[in-house]
Design a protein. Structure first.
Length: 433
């Protein structure tokens, strides 16, 4: 299931806050409910210009969701009484969250008012200060926001050990994560398994291949025949998927199948003085989709986990090889000091073409060879009766997973579109800089 989808109001373009009441979900406008039109919630990617900023300072992307009591500001004067009703969910950026966690509403107000250009003697400054004080005093536990559309990070192989360490720290942290990752036992189990899991980095050429063929990938059962290892964390250098949001996926054994988590990455979007705090507290990856897949579950290329399954299928048919990455000495020495095993990082690349020339058939050979297709295409999974035993007289049924068929140097047929991949480059076993 998705760990939340960013919803926005189709009328005004403002991102909406999500309120769960049992199985029901309601959406509200941020900050103030007074004099607002009713929200018209739609997925944010359907709106060209979505306003998704910190509810406190409006300066940058929100990171945490603070829940408070319902706040009201009452103004008395003139001929009428004015009552302003506020939201109970506050999406807060990293800088404002630091002031809140320090129980410092005065600095929070001063910073926000300065951005608005409000003088300390301005009545609006006074009202803002009261609201901020109420937020600090009545706040409950904060929850990580997983729907913020962050600029993505570029992931390299040597980053993976630190990315994993920050991810496991986040899973073990006291910060709340959206349902169903709010359960401490589940989060600690995932973190413990990830500590020991191999790390896979898909090189750019293989990432392009996966992107090109995922949409047409036929249904495939997820079994231990296609999973490269019992558990693992796999990352692409750039986001992949239908909306280019998946940066990495982890899988861990669970009951009769696997627990899978898909992540978006966090790249730029903050000032330099805040990036160290972001990397320390959260890291590079934010979970966006979680799912328990019983063994045999069928997934096609349109599923949120489609890019992972496509990657596994292509690896399983030996279109790619995984070679150990050469990590910088600073990483290996740091692990040695901590008495931890050196991270198992593997570079996944398209298998280099063979250099062995194909033998020409004799001129008098009367056998006809089957014509080679002039493109590559998906073949759906199926069962085959395989001969075995003495004289190959016995038969057994084997399962063939979906595979990409056709010569490696031919373009890929995608429905009615043929897309040609870039020129294959010689394999590179060094770590990219």
């Amino acid at each position: 299931m998705n760990l939340g989808t960013l919803m926005a109001c189709a009328t005004c373009g403002y991102s909406l806050t999500t309120h769960r009441h049992g199985d029901q979900i309601h959406y509200r406008h941020p900050v103030s409910e007074t004099d607002r039109h009713p929200p018209v919630p739609v997925p944010a990617h359907l709106i060209d210009d979505v306003y998704d900023r910190c509810h406190i300072c409006s300066a940058t992307h929100p990171v945490w969701n603070y829940r408070t009591a319902e706040l009201e500001a009452q103004g008395i004067g003139g001929t009428r009484e004015v009552i302003q009703t506020y939201n109970t969910h506050w999406h807060v950026c990293l800088r404002c969250a630091q002031h809140i966690e320090a129980d410092d509403p005065d600095t929070l107000t001063a910073a926000s008012a300065a951005l608005m250009g409000w003088h300390p003697h301005d009545p609006r400054h006074t009202i803002l200060g009261m609201v901020h004080r109420a937020i600090v005093l009545t706040r409950e536990r904060r929850t990580l926001i997983t729907t913020t559309d962050w600029p993505p990070a570029t992931i390299t192989p040597d980053m993976l050990p630190k990315i994993r360490d920050r991810l496991t720290r986040l899973l073990r942290s006291p910060a709340d994560l959206p349902h169903p990752l709010h359960t401490r036992t589940t989060r600690h189990t995932l973190a413990d398994d990830l500590d020991r899991a191999p790390l896979y980095w898909i090189n750019p050429e293989f990432t392009r291949l996966t992107h090109d063929v995922t949409g047409n990938q036929p249904p495939a059962p997820v079994t231990d025949r296609i999973t490269p290892t019992r558990s693992g964390l796999l990352a692409w250098p750039h986001p992949i998927g239908q909306h280019h949001q998946i940066a990495a996926v982890s899988w861990t054994p669970h009951t009769d199948g696997w627990h899978l988590l898909a992540y978006r990455s966090i790249g730029a979007g903050l000032t330099n003085d805040l990036m160290p705090t972001l990397r320390h507290d959260i890291g590079w990856l934010i979970p966006t989709h979680t799912e328990h897949l019983p063994a045999g579950t069928t997934i096609d290329g349109h599923h949120p986990l489609g890019p992972l399954i496509t990657t596994w299928l292509l690896m399983n048919q030996h279109m790619a090889d995984a070679v150990p990455a050469k990590l910088p000495k600073t990483i290996t020495k740091a692990y040695q000091r901590q008495q931890r095993p050196t991270p198992d990082v593997r570079l996944v690349r398209i298998t280099p073409p063979t250099t062995t020339p194909t033998a020409e058939p004799p001129p008098n050979d009367q056998k006809r060879s089957r014509a080679q297709p002039d493109y590559r295409y998906w073949v759906s999974g199926h069962e085959r009766h395989q001969a075995y035993g003495p004289g190959r007289r016995l038969r057994k049924t084997i399962t063939i997973e979906p595979f990409l068929k056709g010569p490696d140097d031919k373009p890929i047929k995608l429905s009615t579109t043929v897309r040609i991949l870039g020129t294959r480059q010689p394999p590179d076993t060094t770590t990219p800089k």
